[in-house]
Design a protein around this ligand. Sequence first.
Ligand SMILES: NC(=O)c1ccc[n+]([C@@H]2O[C@H](COP(=O)([O-])OP(=O)(O)OC[C@H]3O[C@@H](n4cnc5c(N)ncnc54)[C@H](O)[C@@H]3O)[C@@H](O)[C@H]2O)c1
Length: 271
Amino acid sequence: MESDERIIDISQPSKRLLTGKVAVITGGARRIGAATAKAFAENGANVVIADILDEAGAELAAAIGGQYVHCDVSLERNMERAIQVAVGWKGLLDIMFNNAGISGPEGSITGLKTEQLSALLEINLNGVVHGIKHAARAMFEGRIAGTIICSSSSAAMMGGLASHAYTLSKAAILGVARSSACELGVHGIRVNCVSPHGVPSEMLMSSFRRLLGDQNLQPQDVSKIVGETGESVEGQGRERGGCGRSSGVSSKRQCRIYNRTQPSYRWRFHI
Ligand SMILES: NC(=O)c1ccc[n+]([C@@H]2O[C@H](COP(=O)([O-])OP(=O)(O)OC[C@H]3O[C@@H](n4cnc5c(N)ncnc54)[C@H](O)[C@@H]3O)[C@@H](O)[C@H]2O)c1
């Protein structure tokens, strides 16, 4: 990765970058969400884990001095309640991480079933919209210049990395994050996306196991495959621009994706 002086190493708890901040993390019970919950707590944040994995979520919340709330992100009332738990606990909400997501039905678009697409969008897309909506309301009420982060994916930028339904949902998240950033930015609320790539979580592992027909595949095997195919995503923070110039919230990112089987691409996009 090219150097970027704005990159901060959050693995150094001594810096305690989030002291006193209150965060809600959807899908926080495992993998990317759980790692984020731990990193936030190590940096001094009060974390509410919102998930449907009650046992794992409650266990992690207890371990990091946080709270757990059962929350199916596709149900707006569940999301509203998750935010209320945070506000009821510490009086405000500073950070919303809309991380919960599922992988989609694989196969040709010629066989894509509308009901499967709708079911996926209810979680991956509506869940994020519910999160932005209710986090923004809480931040307005508390007059908090908070931050809302949404999980998109490298699949939103490059075809062929995931199922059609999943790809569609992650591209739509980029869109709603941009439009929300333009509206909420004038109130000091930042909206951004993160776009992970090839993290061997349960989601990616089950897709690889299905695709390769090997139920014994381990995370290190998937990391190796992802590495060996030469796929990597490099992001480089850039100057503020576009709608961020007027709202002062959105940074322009330059993203390069390399793939051995395809030519190199270079995109510029706002997150
Ligand atoms: N793993 C990767 O390489 C990768 C790549 C790109 C994007 N992402 C995105 O990162 C996010 C986290 O994924 P992960 O890899 O840690 O996967 P994961 O499957 O390990 O974790 C997903 C979490 O979301 C929760 N969840 C699922 N449906 C939910 C619902 N309806 N309500 C509340 N919680 C729900 C799960 O219980 C789980 O805790 C997802 O949005 C995913 O699309 C992951």
